[in-house]
Design a protein around this ligand. Structure first.
Ligand code: ADP
Ligand code: ADP
Ligand code: MG
Length: 431
C-alpha cells in the first residue's frame, strides 16, 4: 500500500472480522470486510475477495505473501473477472507450486538440483528403491510444502517408513496434497536465494542474493543481503542460472529461486517462490529498487524501470523477524493485547510492522509482528545497527523473539559470518 500511494494509486484493504481495527485496515484508502476470523472463510475464500474487488471497482489485486499468493487458481479467477493479478502468470505459479515438478522443470532448464527422486514417489516400496540410489541421509519432502512443514529426515533405512507416513499425513492435512518426494540431505548447507524481477517483454533482472540460513525448524528468522559466502563470480553464476530459469517458464513479476550452497561452493536449486518474499526488504536496501513498485508497474504492462540484467549491491542489510512467540514455551504463538509498542528509530532503520499499542494479536494468523531492517556500509555496521535498533524496541503484553535476536547478534560465529541452516539450533539452546 505504501508503494501504491507513492505511485498515486488508491488502495482497498480486505479484512476479516478479527482484523476490523488492524493497522493495514486503517492505512488503506478504503476497507472491505470479507468474512469471519477463520482464514478459510475470509482471506483464503476466493469468491469473497473477488466480490470485494468488484464492489469497490478495484482494477488489480496484490496478493502479498502467504494466503492466496501462490494459488494459481486465484490468479486465473482474477483474469476471468478482468482484475489484474499483481504477480506472475497463473501457469508459472502452477508449474513451480508442485515442488517435485518444479525440480524437474528447473533441471530441464539446466539448473543443478539437489540429487533426489524424479518427481513424486508413489509408494513406500518405491521410496525404498529410490532411497538406495539417492543415498542416506535424505529428506522426505511434501510436494505441496511451504513454511518448513512436511519435511522429515531419514538417517537410517529403518527410519524411512515412519518418516514417510508422518510426512504424508502432515502434508495431506496442511496442504491438501499428500504427495511426497525424496532429496539428499545436505549437511549444514547455506540457504542462498536469488531475487529476480521480470517484465512482460522478456527483460529479467537479477537483484542479487540473500542469505536465509538462520532458521528455526526450517523457518527463516533472520536474513541478510548480500551473503558473506557469495563472491561476485558466484553471484553472477547463480544469477544467470536464476535468470535462465525465469525465461524458461515465461516468468514476469518478482520471484525468488531458493538454492542450497554446500561448503565446496556448489549450489543446488531447491524451490521457487512465485511471489514477493517476507525478506525482500533487505534486497531493496542494497539495490535501491522498490520491488513492490516494480511489481505494480510490470502488472500494468510497463517495462522494468531497471537498466541491465545484474544490479550492483551497495553496503549490507539485515532483517530480523519479530514474532509474537514465547521463547519459554518452545516458541509457541503468544496472542494477546499489545499494551506497549515503541518502535526503533534513527538512521538506516526500517520497520515494516502490522501492529501497534492496542493491537490484539490474533491466534488465527501467522505470528509475524514486525520486520526490523537495517542497512550499513558493511556487515559489521549493519549488525551493530541492528543490535542498537532492537535495544530500542519495547513490546509489552505479548512474548516475542526480540531477545533471541539479541543473543544471536552477539554470537561471535554469527558475527564472523560462519552460518548454516542448522546454526541457530546448535548455538542457541532451546531455539
Ligand atoms: P517466506 O519464504 O517468504 O518466508 P513462508 O512460507 O514462511 O515464506 O510464508 C511467508 C509468510 O506468509 C509467513 O511468514 C506468513 O506471514 C504468511 N503466511 C503463510 N501462510 C499463512 C497462513 N496460513 N496464515 C497467515 N499467514 C500466512
Ligand atoms: P519450504 O517450501 O517449506 O520453504 P524448502 O524446500 O525451501 O521448503 O526447505 C526449507 C528449508 O529446509 C531449507 O531452507 C533448508 O534449511 C532445509 N532443507 C530443505 N531441503 C534440504 C536438503 N535437501 N538438505 C538440507 N536441508 C534442506
Ligand atoms: Mg523455501
Amino acid at each position: 500500500m505504501r508503494a501504491a500511494r507513492e505511485l498515486g494509486v488508491k488502495t482497498v484493504a480486505v479484512y476479516s472480522e478479527a482484523d476490523r481495527d488492524a493497522v493495514h485496515v486503517r492505512y488503506a484508502d478504503e476497507a472491505f470486510p470479507i468474512g469471519p476470523a477463520q482464514s478459510v472463510h475470509s482471506y483464503l475464500h476466493i469468491p469473497n475477495i473477488i466480490n470485494a474487488a468488484v464492489q469497490t471497482g478495484a482494477e488489480a489485486i496484490h496478493p502479498g505473501y502467504g494466503f492466496l499468493s501462490e494459488n494459481h487458481r486465484f490468479a486465473e479467477v482474477c483474469g476471468i473477472w478482468n482484475l489484474t493479478f499483481i504477480g506472475p502468470p497463473a501457469e508459472a505459479i502452477r508449474l513451480m507450486g508442485i515442488k517435485d515438478q518444479a525440480r524437474a522443470t528447473m533441471a530441464a532448464a539446466g539448473l543443478p538440483v539437489v540429487p533426489g527422486s524424479q518427481g513424486a514417489v508413489a509408494s513406500l516400496d518405491e521410496a525404498r528403491v529410490v532411497a538406495e540410489s539417492v543415498g542416506l541421509p535424505l529428506l522426505v519432502k511434501a510436494s505441496g510444502g511451504g513454511g518448513g512443514r512436511g519435511i522429515r529426515i531419514v538417517e537410517t533405512m529403518d527410519q524411512l517408513e515412519e518418516a514417510w507416513e508422518r510426512a504424508g499425513r502432515e502434508a495431506a492435512s496442511a496442504f491438501g496434497n499428500g504427495d511426497l518426494y525424496l532429496e539428499r540431505y545436505l549437511k549444514n548447507p547455506r540457504h542462498i536465494e536469488i531475487q529476480i524481477i521480470a517484465d512482460k517483454y522478456g527483460h529479467v533482472a537479477s537483484l542479487g542474493e540473500r542469505e536465509s540460513s538462520i532458521q528455526r525448524r526450517r523457518q527463516k528468522i533472520l536474513e541478510e543481503a548480500p551473503s558473506p559466502a557469495v563472491d561476485p563470480e558466484l553471484r553472477r553464476r547463480m544469477s544467470e542460472a536464476a535468470r535462465e530459469a525465469a525465461h524458461a517458464v515465461g516468468y514476469h513479476s518478482a520471484g525468488t529461486m531458493e538454492f542450497l550452497l554446500d561448503d565446496e561452493g556448489r549450489f543446488y536449486f531447491m524451490e521457487m517462490n512465485t511471489r514477493v518474499q517476507v525478506e525482500h526488504a533487505v534486497t531493496e536496501m542494497v539495490t535501491g529498487v522498490d520491488i513492490v513498485k516494480e511489481q505494480i508497474r510490470v502488472a500494468a504492462g510497463e517495462p522494468l524501470s531497471i537498466e541491465g540484467d545484474h544490479l550492483e549491491l551497495v553496503g549490507w542489510s539485515l532483517e530480523c523477524r519479530i514474532n509474537a512467540e514465547d521463547p519459554e514455551q518452545q516458541f509457541r504463538p503468544s496472542p494477546g493485547l499489545i499494551t506497549r509498542y515503541d518502535v526503533p528509530q534513527g538512521p538506516w532503520v526500517r520497520i515494516d510492522s502490522g501492529a501497534d499499542a492496542g493491537t490484539e494479536v490474533q491466534p488465527f494468523y501467522d505470528s509475524l509482528l514486525a520486520k526490523v531492517v537495517t542497512w550499513g556500509r558493511d556487515r559489521d555496521e549493519a549488525v551493530a545497527r541492528m543490535a542498537r535498533a532492537l535495544s530500542e524496541f519495547r513490546i509489552e503484553g505479548v512474548k516475542t523473539t526480540l531477545e533471541l535476536h539479541g543473543q544471536l547478534l552477539q554470537d561471535p560465529e554469527f558475527r564472523a559470518g560462519h552460518i548454516h541452516t542448522n546454526f541457530l539450533g546448535e548455538r542457541i539452546p532451546g531455539a
